[in-house]
Ligand binder design. Structure first.
Ligand code: SAH
Length: 489
């Protein structure tokens, strides 16, 4: 962070505005609105500042910039049109350890004022750190549109219930959940008791809240639950709306290695994040241990988001986790995700089906019983039935194909799929690291080896791969290098 956002209480605090024009006027009146004791230091004042002085809202030091005023202030604003004077103000403030804002000059400032969405007592401050004020303004305008105008009424209503709810629900977690349930509806769907408050139907909202409090059969105990959530194949935008909602509300997030780091920033700040990532072949948290963690946290009354790459029920062992939860008698929900086959296909220009000749698609894993604790019929080393899979023809998508490209393509050819069948390997699909190597079933393993196979990798086989030529729309973003000033000229 280049700045620490704070909300400062200026009530009764001395603040100095240097300058008497329109900008100084705006700044001074803002400070007055926040309750500050404002001194305006300038040889001449705008009419509005004169008026504010006349009715005692501001003090005036009617002379050129007077550095002796600076050490007496909490905050200083330099708002003259003369850069030399503004610099002198900043210098005096630095010497006196006062926070100083120089209007339109973030580099010379020790504080800057954000763009504000005011739904007092709810205040949202947005800043681009002086880099892109227009971006900050656009974000503010979006928020203005998104937040109901009467949110203040809602905050007051919630405030009036706060103490009573505290007494009725001594458990903090239970209380947080109640407020989440009651308040979230208004932002997500403009429904529920909170919306009733906003619409002026307060009695209805009160009744709903009382009902909710009555429903807490045992207010001291909170019920845990597991949510198996598909995070999608890589691009953080590919999680579903329900998945994101779960992630934002969970007490605990157990996540895979393939889950986009950007997604984890949506978790609550106080949520426990546990990386149970299985690295291909390397150190891994065993499935048994993951199941234990899940059950343990849910039993403790926590809401656990088990965030899994792609879709939880496609080669993700989500079924094993769900079975373990069911066996333990614990409640769970499953939120599907975009699986790698469709996500990477979309981003690599490979449709899974096509009206002319691709009427079926098969998902298969190149590894059976992968993982350290696999036993039984699918133990490591067991092979999928390549004969049956090759006989299906049409579109074939092979997961966990990276290290086994040569063996898989050879097995498919041996069992009758022509060597000239189009094939492609997608690595790091849907992310900025996406790479695609294409060829035929006969040469794809060699081509991928030559290009260097990275993980995760998925193999596509079938005529649909040839459509890539016209459908390859995605360009991974290159790291941004700002142009040099020379290039700008
Ligand atoms: N549940 C996941 C699959 C987990 S198995 C899903 O539905 O997608 C892991 C395999 O998925 C990897 O070995 C790879 O074959 C494939 N995979 C997942 N994400 C991928 C990505 N971004 N690019 C390419 N392959 C990916």
């Amino acid at each position: 962070m280049t700045y620490l956002p704070i909300f400062a209480s200026l009530r009764g605090q001395p603040c100095l505005v240097v300058g008497g024009g329109a900008v100084a006027e705006r700044k001074a009146l803002q400070l007055v609105a926040a309750g500050a004791r404002v001194t305006v230091n300038a040889p001449g004042l705008s009419p509005a500042l004169e008026a504010a002085h006349a009715d005692g809202r501001i003090d005036v030091a009617r002379r050129p910039f007077d550095a002796t005023l600076v050490p007496l202030q909490l905050l200083v604003i330099a708002a003259t049109s003369d850069p030399a004077v503004n610099r002198a103000v900043a210098e005096a403030a630095r010497a006196a350890l006062r926070l100083c804002n120089v209007v339109d000059d973030p580099a010379a400032s020790t504080w800057i004022s954000p763009s504000v969405v005011d739904r007092s007592p709810l205040l949202i401050a947005v800043s681009s750190g002086g880099q892109a004020p227009v971006l900050a303004r656009l974000v503010r305008q979006r928020l203005e549109r998104w937040l109901p105008a009467r949110l203040a009424v809602l905050a007051d209503w919630a405030g009036s219930w706060r103490e009573r709810v505290k007494v009725a629900l001594p458990d903090v977690t239970a209380r947080r959940r109640l407020w989440e349930d009651v308040l979230a509806g208004v932002l997500d769907a403009r429904t529920g008791p909170a919306q009733a408050v906003i619409d002026g139907r307060t009695a209805e909202a009160d009744a709903a809240l009382l009902r909710r409090l009555g429903e807490q059969d045992n207010p001291g105990v909170t019920r845990g639950e597991a949510w198996l959530v598909g995070a999608g194949p890589g691009d953080p935008g590919l999680i579903t709306a329900s998945g994101l909602h779960c992630l934002q509300h969970a007490d605990v997030v157990l996540h895979d290695r393939l889950v986009a780091p950007a997604l984890l920033t949506f978790a609550r700040r106080d949520a426990e994040l546990i990386d149970v990532g299985k690295t291909g072949g390397g150190a891994a948290t065993s499935q048994g241990h993951i199941n234990e963690l899940l059950i343990d946290r849910v039993r403790a009354g926590l809401r656990v988001c088990r965030l899994k790459g792609g879709d939880p029920y496609v080669f993700g062992r989500g079924s094993e986790e769900a079975l373990a939860l069911a066996a333990a008698g614990l409640p769970f929900r499953v939120i599907p995700g975009v699986t790698a086959a469709s996500g990477c296909g979309a981003f690599a220009g490979i449709p899974l089906t096509h009206r002319h000749g691709a009427h079926a698609v098969t998902f298969v894993t190149a590894h059976l019983g992968a993982g350290p604790d696999a036993t039984g019929p699918d133990a490591p080393g067991a092979e999928p039935d390549w004969r049956a899979i090759a006989a299906l023809g049409q579109t074939l998508v092979v997961y966990m194909a990276g290290r086994r490209l040569a063996a898989v393509s050879e097995a498919l050819r041996r069992h009758g799929r022509p060597a000239d069948t189009p094939a492609a390997v997608v690595m790091g699909g849907t992310t900025d690291d996406q790479r695609v190597v294409s060829g035929t079933l006969g040469d794809i393993a060699a081509a991928a080896a030559a290009a260097g196979v990275s993980s995760p990798a998925i193999l596509y086989v079938g005529d649909v791969v040839a459509l890539r030529e016209g459908l390859d729309w995605f360009r991974p973003a290159a790291p941004y290098n700002p142009p040099t000033s020379g290039a700008l000229r």
